[in-house]
Design a protein around this ligand. Structure first.
Ligand SMILES: [Zn+2]
Length: 191
């Protein structure tokens, strides 16, 4: 059932933020809106990243290796795009340094580019505290929920389980993973 309201939402797109990686030919510049990042092991599988989902991980069974990726919400004031930025542990280390020095990632302005502008070139990150009015930044979404929507996971099956390499580790339960393309069909019960 839809929930109707006459209140105009500040963030009309809810959890449906697009997922972006660092492009090869151009810089990506944005300001982090989340206070922290989250990460988990992922496979590049079927043309996009999907969470490594033990114990019955289909990508593992087909011989695909997994790799840890970090996710954080970011905003570009020029395009007004609020999005999720995906990066490797190597790149995320720069964000972790900023987070630890400033006690938050929110307001971290960064430039990301790829070494030698190569498609698979290592992503270089340069962080600086933003001069942009923090109160004018969009509120941070719930990152676990956003990733559950992006990965079409049943939201209650995703939670933070411990810490890995200094970052919260998202645990994605495989039960129901990929079984439905319609978020309305997700189970509401945690297994
Ligand atoms: Zn796997």
């Amino acid at each position: 059932m839809p929930t109707w309201t006459d209140k105009i939402p500040a963030d009309p797109r809810g959890h449906g933020l697009p997922l972006l990686r660092c492009p090869a030919q151009t810089n990506l510049e944005a300001i982090v809106t989340s206070v922290n990042l989250i990460g988990t092991e992922t496979h590049f599988w079927g043309g996009h990243t999907v969470p490594h989902s033990p114990p019955d991980c289909e990508a593992c069974e087909r011989g695909s290796s997994y790799r840890w990726h970090a996710y954080q919400s970011c905003y570009n004031p020029n395009t007004q795009l609020h999005f999720i930025f995906e990066c490797t542990a190597y790149a995320a280390a720069k964000f972790a340094e900023f987070r630890d020095a400033h006690k938050t990632l929110r307001g971290c302005q960064f430039v990301a580019y790829r070494w030698k502008r190569a498609r698979n070139g290592r992503v270089i990150i340069k962080c600086t505290p933003t001069s942009f009015n923090l109160a004018a930044l969009p509120p941070a979404p719930n990152l676990e929920n956003v990733m559950a929507v992006i990965w079409r996971l049943p939201t209650p099956n995703v939670w933070v389980a411990g810490v890995q390499r200094g970052h919260p580790r998202v645990h994605a339960d495989p039960n129901g993973n990929g079984s439905s393309t319609d978020p309305r069909e997700y189970s509401t019960e945690r297994p």
